[in-house]
Design a protein around this ligand. Structure first.
Ligand SMILES: NC(=O)C1=CN([C@@H]2O[C@H](COP(=O)(O)OP(=O)(O)OC[C@H]3O[C@@H](n4cnc5c(N)ncnc54)[C@H](OP(=O)(O)O)[C@@H]3O)[C@@H](O)[C@H]2O)C=CC1
Ligand SMILES: O=C(O)C1=N[C@H](C(=O)O)C[C@H](O)C1
Length: 269
């Protein structure tokens, strides 16, 4: 019989890192074994539960290559450069990886794909069940509303978010474009300014809002003459993402090496 899943968290002191620590500590079948922060972090050496007022016995550290020997899976919500550095070590040590980080370029995505020959990776821009359901709803809506509907995607996030549009908005665009037989790379319009001319019906538009403490709002609009369909998701707590990430970590334990996303984890493929 195997013991609890040994979980490492990267970006422990970040917004998601804190909620991930809380979620792993509350999961009866998981054991927090590693809490990582950057070498420059003021949190190094502190107990991983210090923000929660809990003692976990796990000190925050930055020696990734040594630390990950004590883990079965790393949950990483950091930045692309951090995730890619962790990826190389996970691959070397045979540690599975759950990646929530967004904002990767094509080379970064290719590196994740390449490493998935050797380890299991769940890579998803949004780990919530609700958003992953909306991907399915969007596929259906796009097929039904394929003619005569203008499609625009609006997302809003907190003032600290550094990438735009959000990874979720981009995935929503990909889902809709795929369902319509379009290529998002050529039909996306990222914001408008000045004399833009009339709207090209083959485009998918994106608008980004940043401010306050918005956890994550996404709306896809299908707009025609006489009616408008809107499919929206609004996250009110980061716990929804953290619970999805822990679910993905458990699920990976049973899978062969490969690149997966939350559609696989949730059986929505
Ligand atoms: N897939 C999903 O469901 C979700 C994805 N996200 C994504 O997760 C990521 C993190 O979001 P959030 O928690 O709000 O961000 P924060 O900025 O609050 O936290 C990021 C953490 O990562 C650390 N970090 C930054 N760069 C590196 C690096 N090069 N190496 C190691 N650690 C690093 C930061 O350390 P320091 O403070 O020292 O810089 C910090 O601890 C974003 O890409 C966001 O879009 C967010 C929510 C849900
Ligand atoms: O940075 C965030 O906060 C979030 N990022 C993800 C994204 O870029 O889609 C997911 C979620 O909306 C929160």
């Amino acid at each position: 019989m195997s013991g609890p899943l040994r979980v490492a968290i990267a970006g422990t002191s970040g917004r998601m890192g804190r909620v991930l620590i809380e979620t792993v500590l509350a999961a009866g079948d998981c054991r927090l074994t590693v809490a990582l922060d950057r070498a420059e972090s003021a949190s190094l050496g502190q107990d991983a539960g210090h923000n929660l007022g809990q003692l976990t016995g796990v000190a925050i550290r930055s020696d990734v290559a040594t630390a990950l020997r004590e883990a079965d899976v790393l949950i990483d919500f950091t930045r692309p450069d951090g995730t890619l550095a962790h990826l190389a070590i996970c691959r070397e040590l045979g540690v599975n990886l759950v990646v929530g980080t967004t904002g990767f370029d094509e080379a970064g995505k290719a590196a994740l794909k390449d490493a998935s020959q050797d380890i299991g990776i769940v890579f998803a821009p949004n780990m919530s069940v609700g958003v992953n359901l909306t991907f399915k709803l969007l596929e259906m809506a796009a097929k039904v509303l394929a003619e005569g509907y203008d499609i625009e995607i609006v997302e809003a996030h907190h003032r600290h978010k550094v990438d735009a549009p959000s990874g979720t908005a981009l995935r929503m665009g990909e889902v809709v474009a795929d369902a319509l037989g379009r290529d998002l790379k050529t039909c996306a319009v990222y914001g408008r300014e000045g004399v833009t001319g009339a709207r090209d019906p083959s485009t998918i538009g994106f608008a980004t809002v940043r401010g306050g403490d918005v956890v994550g709002d996404h709306t896809v609009m299908f707009m025609a003459d006489g009616e408008r369909v809107e499919i929206s998701h609004k996250a009110s707590s980061r716990a929804t993402f953290a619970q999805g990430a822990v679910r993905a970590a458990r699920w990976l334990k049973q899978q062969p090496a490969g690149l997966y996303d939350m559609q696989d984890v949730l059986g929505l493929r």
